[in-house]
Design a binder for this molecule. Structure first.
Ligand SMILES: [Mn+2]
Length: 318
């Protein structure tokens, strides 16, 4: 594995870069890609991003004008925040064996890059790219803004449990570069669409509590998705809603799929092992956040099945 200094050496030594982002791109992969593109151009290199068709409007300002033209003759492929072969966008599948350097922060990184720089202790891939920018002397306002988007969005504006003192030090250094971080914060963390607020109002109204309030269930049936004309992006991160309720330590979110199955997300505190709950239905994940799919059941049946599993698993610890 390369150090960030060695990554800087590698970037100085090569040229004609093609930068890859992951499927359903978030602020981290797009911010890192934009920042890397700007820092390479600052070194006099040619650098472009491979077009990602799934970028949502929220993030287009950071990557507009950086997309490679069809037929761009690249020599060096670098991926950012891309952990798995299954997360290569459809138009990047032919590059799965062509990545020269992978920069990532996921512990699950699959090792597809010829070289890599992977730091699972970083809350965002942007923290790694910041070190690279320092090594290259490229912490320009353009680079810093893209990295601030990466770090702030991947940490829910510095509140997720993976945030460290380093995350804040990096953010402070990026702010020192003279960026308009207030506009980024307002745009990404203090703004919701009317449709999203209408959805949250309905989900909050329909919340149900079990086990003396320790288990909360949020339900999103297809009927509500159709009534509010929701797209996939409108329902982003609704699994975080139940966790906001005081007194709960097991938040279950149920979303009905087009085929009638229920996609379940379980987020828990120390008492309930979410992996164990979801394993009963063939799912898995982490101790504090897991998922599964329940099919062949009505909404009521699926709800009782998952709540019952959570109660039983939780009972092992009081
Ligand atoms: Mn990330």
């Amino acid at each position: 594995m390369l150090t960030t200094e060695q990554v800087a050496d590698f970037l100085r030594a090569h040229d004609n870069y093609l930068i890859l982002t992951h499927k359903r791109p978030d602020g981290d992969t797009l911010g890192c890609a934009a920042a890397l593109c700007h820092m390479l151009r600052g070194l006099g290199k040619t650098a472009w991003l491979l077009k990602n068709e799934e970028v949502v409007a929220l993030y287009t300002p950071y990557v507009d004008g950086l997309w490679a033209a069809d037929g761009y003759a690249y020599d060096t492929v670098v991926s950012v925040d891309l952990a798995a072969l299954s997360l290569f966008p459809d138009n990047a599948e032919h590059l799965q064996t062509a990545v020269d350097l992978a920069i990532d922060h996921h512990p699950s990184y699959e090792g597809f890059g010829r070289l890599c720089c992977v730091h699972p202790e970083c809350a965002a891939c942007g923290e790694i790219l910041y070190e690279v920018a320092v090594a290259l002397g490229q912490v320009t306002p353009e680079v810093a803004l893209a990295l601030y988007v990466a770090v702030s969005t991947d940490t829910g504006c510095f509140v997720y449990s993976n945030v460290t003192a380093n995350t804040h030090r990096v953010a402070a250094a990026l702010i020192d570069a003279g960026i308009d971080f207030r506009t980024v914060n307002k745009r990404h963390f203090r703004t919701k669409t009317k449709k999203r607020l209408a959805l949250e109002a309905r989900l909050l109204d329909g919340m149900e509590f079990f086990d003396g309030g320790r288990i909360v269930v949020v339900q999103l049936p297809r009927s509500l998705q159709e009534e509010l004309a929701l797209s996939e992006n409108d329902t982003d991160d609704i699994a975080a809603l139940g966790g906001l309720v005081e007194g709960q330590d097991c938040s279950i979110t149920m979303k009905e799929q087009p085929d009638g199955a229920w996609k379940i997300s379980v987020r828990t505190g120390a008492r309930v092992n979410a992996t164990e709950v979801c394993a009963r239905f063939g799912g898995g994940g982490h101790r504090a956040a897991s998922g599964c799919v329940i099919s062949g059941m009505t909404q009521e049946q699926a709800k009782l099945a998952i709540v019952c599993a959570a109660e039983e698993v939780g009972a092992q610890n009081g």
